[in-house]
Design a protein around this ligand. Structure first.
Ligand code: CA
Length: 234
């Protein structure tokens, strides 16, 4: 526990209230008051989650969100939007934010969203660095590169990738992926798994139409077959 959260909010009263509440829930909270400070902190310190207000001085929250993803970091991002900012919410999700909460919100709602995003895949094989082909995955830093260039993955895609890596060579049923990575129970949502695997293929396979890393096991689920020698453990 004691996950680190970066809270980016320029309104002092809300920043203080939320910080206190999150600390009360057991989180370690750091804050930023504008977009510049937000990006500097998010890019240089290992946060488990970023709560990002969109209307910020200096640099907008959308710009910060884009910057974090372009840097190849998969840290979960929860954006805070105003009621009249529907467009920004949609743009934010497209830029790689993982979820949003609309102001004004109840603290309980925010905390529930945070818990859902932080629901971690249990780590069984350490948090090291993995390499397969031109893909390099640093689990601890939540960073993925391909041919040395950052690959932008959403937090959920990264969790899914990590789950695959930890179980390389095993066939994993869709239902297990859904339960372990998303925390869902419903069978009807397995399509969600398919779309995320398709997205990983698009971003990581040489030829997404002829996958060599993320294989379909007909009628069951998927198997990850990337060679994944552990370069360093821990
Ligand atoms: Ca604001």
């Amino acid at each position: 526990m004691h996950e680190n959260i970066l809270l980016v909010e320029d309104e002092a009263a809300l920043r203080t209230t939320l910080s206190d509440r999150l600390r009360g829930e057991g989180y370690v909270v750091d804050t930023a008051v504008d977009g510049h400070e937000a990006f500097e902190k998010a890019a240089n310190m290992p946060f488990d989650l970023v709560i990002l207000d969109l209307m910020l001085p200096v640099r907008s929250g959308l710009d910060v969100c884009r910057g974090i993803r372009q840097a190849g970091m998969a840290t979960p991002i929860l954006i805070l939007t105003a009621r009249d900012q529907t467009i920004d919410k949609v743009v934010g999700l497209k830029l790689g934010a993982d979820d949003y909460v609309t102001k004004p919100f109840a603290a309980e709602e925010l905390i529930a969203r945070i818990e859902a995003l932080l629901r971690r895949v249990p780590i069984q094989t350490g948090q090291g660095v993995h390499e397969f082909g031109s893909i390099h995955v640093d689990v601890k830093r939540s960073e993925v590169t391909r041919d040395g260039k950052p690959v932008y993955l959403t937090a959920r895609e990264f969790q899914l990738l990590r789950y695959f890596i930890e179980r390389a060579g095993s066939t994993i049923p869709r239902k297990e992926l859904l339960q372990s990575v998303w925390g869902y129970e419903a069978d009807t949502l397995t399509r969600t798994v398919d779309t995320h695997v398709a997205s990983l293929r698009r971003k990581l396979e040489e030829n997404p139409k002829r996958p060599e890393l993320f294989l379909t096991v007909a009628g069951v689920g998927y198997k990850f077959v990337g060679h994944s020698p552990q370069l360093e453990s821990r």
